[in-house]
Design a protein around this ligand. Structure first.
Ligand SMILES: Cc1cc2nc3c(=O)[nH]c(=O)nc-3n(C[C@H](O)[C@H](O)[C@H](O)COP(=O)(O)OP(=O)(O)OC[C@H]3O[C@@H](n4cnc5c(N)ncnc54)[C@H](O)[C@@H]3O)c2cc1C
Ligand code: SF4
Length: 328
């Protein structure tokens, strides 16, 4: 491993300035992804700027009725927070379905959003990978892609985004607060993560040195009726094969509004806008849920070994919507 310096900063501007001075430096959250990637030789920063004391570790109500979650909030604290559990249950469920208790105790909101893909070629420096080394090729297209993307991928990269939390945030339409070299700005979700196109090395729209300081949830009363369902290869801990985050607003058996996002199927947490559109104003029945799932998944272009994800995503979405109808 390349020797690296360690620096702890206590405010956002100092963090951004520290990275400005050292272009090879990286921010350090809980370190549960970054340190693994350093050990594997996937990334080799010359300095780590510890931002766990900068990025606020608090969760506060906003004037607009939403919630402001500091980027330094640990995943365990987010999942356990009473307001999150009551008003945004799918977010608490998504966070709890990820990793293990020990990792969630360390992992931060900012780091979770920016964790890298789990594509095995990306993590193996002896293999080519366009995301790790632009222009070197994508062995996953012809090789092991069982758990990779079925939608929105390119010939340059078929990786999936790994975060469960980000799927719930995309469904909720969260806003990411960022401090950068030109000051503070906000980035909507979906919109933080990007599809691979011909630049798969860029996971997000963030610029070098950008620091995530907080994530804001909107006030959406119907998110109390929401759910996250994750299908994975083993129950103890594993990344999603397919996952679904859904919030449902119903009246007299009719869907008034909904929010839907899918995980494990794309390079981004995939907001299912076509399914949402198909459901608004429709009867809350299994047949309509199937129609909505089909509307979304008609865009899927599975690879030879992951076609099973299309019916899996369809069934998980229908099941989750049906569960929500039955939720009092
Ligand atoms: C065994 C194992 C199983 C896992 N299973 C799952 C799973 O099922 N689902 C799931 O969602 N996740 C899973 N994870 C991933 C885990 O959730 C992430 O490792 C964790 O959320 C990353 O957060 P962190 O604070 O440790 O980030 P770090 O490792 O510290 O950082 C990750 C990246 O974010 C950058 N960064 C950190 N904070 C900021 C900030 N405030 N602003 C800008 N950049 C920042 C870092 O520079 C780095 O590039 C698993 C991890 C392990 C090791
Ligand atoms: S799918 Fe993406 S991350 Fe995986 S090998 Fe191809 S380029 Fe690399």
């Amino acid at each position: 491993m390349r020797p690296f310096a360690y620096q702890r900063v206590t405010d956002a501007q100092a963090a951004v300035a520290a990275l400005g001075e050292r272009p090879d430096a990286m921010y350090l959250g809980g370190g549960t992804n970054l340190v693994d990637l350093m050990r594997l030789g996937v990334v080799s920063p010359d300095a780590l700027v510890d931002v766990t004391r900068v990025a606020s570790g608090t969760i506060e109500d906003t004037a607009g009725g939403g919630l402001l979650i500091g980027a330094g909030v640990r995943n365990s604290d987010l999942a356990a927070h009473p307001t999150v559990r009551r008003r945004y249950p799918m977010l608490a469920e998504a966070v709890l379905s990820g990793a293990s208790g020990q990792i969630r105790n360390m992992a931060t909101v900012g780091g979770n959003l920016l964790q890298r893909t789990r594509c095995s070629y990306f993590q193996d420096v002896s293999k080519p990978c366009n995301k790790r080394q632009p222009g070197s090729g994508c062995p996953a297209v012809e090789g092991d892609h069982r758990n990779l993307a079925i939608i929105g991928h390119s010939t340059a990269c078929v990786a999936t985004h790994p975060s469960d939390m980000a799927v719930a945030l995309a469904a909720l339409g969260a806003t990411v607060h960022v401090e950068g070299r030109n000051g503070a700005r906000q980035v909507p979700m979906p919109g933080l993560h990007r599809l691979p196109g011909d630049e798969p090395d860029r996971d997000t729209v963030l610029e070098p040195g950008d620091l995530i300081t907080a994530v804001e949830l909107p006030a959406l009363p119907f998110t109390t009726r929401s759910k996250y369902r994750k299908v994975r290869d083993r129950a103890s801990f594993a990344f999603a094969v397919v996952s679904v985050a859904v919030a449902l607003d119903m009246s007299d058996g009719v869907v008034r509004d909904c929010r839907i996002a899918l995980g494990g199927i794309a390079h981004v947490p995939w907001r299912a806008e076509l399914a949402e559109e198909a459901l608004r104003g429709a009867p809350a029945t299994a047949a309509e849920f199937a129609r909505a799932a089909d509307a979304e998944l008609a865009q899927a272009r599975p690879l030879p070994e992951n076609g099973f994800k299309v019916p899996l995503a369809r069934n998980v979405l229908i099941r989750t919507l049906t569960d929500l109808v039955e939720t009092p």
